[in-house]
Ligand binder design. Structure first.
Ligand SMILES: Nc1ncnc2c1ncn2[C@@H]1O[C@H](COP(=O)(O)OP(=O)(O)O)[C@@H](O)[C@H]1O
Ligand SMILES: CCCC(=O)OP(=O)(O)O
Length: 356
């Protein structure tokens, strides 16, 4: 069977899966300590550090890169693209390396794997990158002519969950309308209309606050902060995308710690958690309106969906919409490997970034 290495660089971890055909034979989430990540001023400065962690892990488990038929990575901030399998080419690598469309940990995958693919003579793919864009025309309006809203989300896991959720309803993805909230380091709440993600809050700077991101902020207060001379442009961007949300209120990015603190009677931790659930519920309601209220199910997914208390808080606000299905965690490595296998087996023609 074809051996495929799947790599998913997240904000705080690098997840790796080795697949023999559809079977995952080895899986690991390498957690990167906060102090180590904070020593890098830009995300691209982490390439050598994360490559080192991956090669150490592969060596430790006796995995030879030469045995691979393909490498597949979680895609980063690209230009708006359609969903499906994409070949990582030089142009994609360069856009991600230069953070042309923004900086995010998922940019690292293609940058790390492209040289390995070249050396080994095997393809490197990405599947449903975070900039998958299926917006309906009205979703692009921001309220200011010069600013167009951008689709930036957990498209890979969301699309995989959408298919599973439709399956639970006894239907296909193309036959249902769903609202899906991915609750990870970032939060994206998306509206899926018969197989297309027609709107989603930009998980980097819109919608609910998350573990490390502010989500939508009051615009005038934000403008004042930008011009009070205290923070540089880069520091402001970091505040919004990596030092906001739960981290700014509770100084942790570990949601398990937040739930433990709340359970132990920390009323501040409990209220922050409740506020996040409130904002997630509000966004789910907004996406239900995008679908004219015609919602077959609401699905909750991502690492924070393991928390029963958070799930209950959200359900209490959105249960009136109908079925709420929970898919705790994510299956991004499997979704990546499945995409690579479709390409290797000729079942799906990978798109070429520099051409399609
Ligand atoms: N059983 C659990 N209870 C509460 N929180 C959890 C649980 N399992 C994982 N989490 C939290 O989910 C958060 C997001 O994890 P994850 O989805 O892996 O994030 P990322 O978006 O970085 O991949 C982490 O802060 C983690 O603490
Ligand atoms: C930028 C969109 C994807 C995203 O937010 O991913 P993480 O939650 O893994 O940071």
């Amino acid at each position: 069977m074809e051996k495929v290495l799947a790599i998913n660089p997240g904000s705080t971890s690098t997840k790796i899966g080795l697949f023999d055909g559809e079977h995952c034979v080895l899986q690991e989430a390498i957690r990167h300590p906060r102090e180590e990540l904070e020593s890098f001023s830009a995300v691209m400065d982490q390439v050598e550090y994360r490559c080192g962690a991956i090669t150490y892990f592969l060596k430790e488990h006796g995995v030879a890169l030469e045995s691979l038929a393909a490498i597949v990575v979680r895609g980063g901030l690209l230009r708006p693209v359609s969903g499906g399998v994409w070949l990582v080419d030089e142009q994609m690598r360069d856009d991600l390396l230069r953070c042309r469309f923004g900086a995010h940990a998922s940019n690292l995958g293609a940058v790390m794997a492209f040289p390995w693919g070249q050396k080994l003579g095997i393809p490197v793919y990405t599947v449903d990158p975070v900039t998958v864009d299926e917006f309906a025309p009205l979703a692009r309006y921001s309220g200011l002519k010069e600013i167009r809203r951008q689709s930036m989300s957990h498209a890979l896991n969301t699309k995989a969950v959408a298919r599973r959720c439709a399956g639970r309803l006894g239907k296909g993805y193309g036959d249902v309308n769903l609202v899906i909230a991915h609750l990870g380091s970032g939060i994206s709440v998306s509206a899926h209309q018969r197989g297309r993600m027609i709107d989603v809050n930009n998980a980097n700077n819109e919608g609910p606050f998350s573990l490390e991101r502010t989500g939508t902020l009051p615009a005038l207060a934000l403008i004042d902060m930008c011009f009070n001379g205290e923070k540089s442009r880069e520091e402001m961007r970091e505040l919004v995308t990596a030092k906001g949300g739960i981290y700014s209120y509770l100084q942790t990015k570990d949601f398990k710690e937040v739930t433990e603190r709340a359970a132990a009677g920390d009323s501040e931790a409990r209220e922050v958690m409740e506020a996040m659930a409130y904002q997630v519920g509000k966004e789910i309601g907004a996406m239900a309106a995008v679908l004219h209220g015609d919602v077959d199910a609401v699905a909750l997914t991502g690492g924070m969906a393991y928390s029963e208390i958070l799930v209950k808080m959200i359900e209490a606000r959105v249960g009136f919409l109908g079925r709420v299905e929970v898919f705790a965690g994510e299956e991004e490595l499997t979704a990546l490997a499945e995409g690579a296998l479709r390409a290797l087996r000729g079942e799906e023609k990978p798109r070429i970034y520099g051409r399609d």
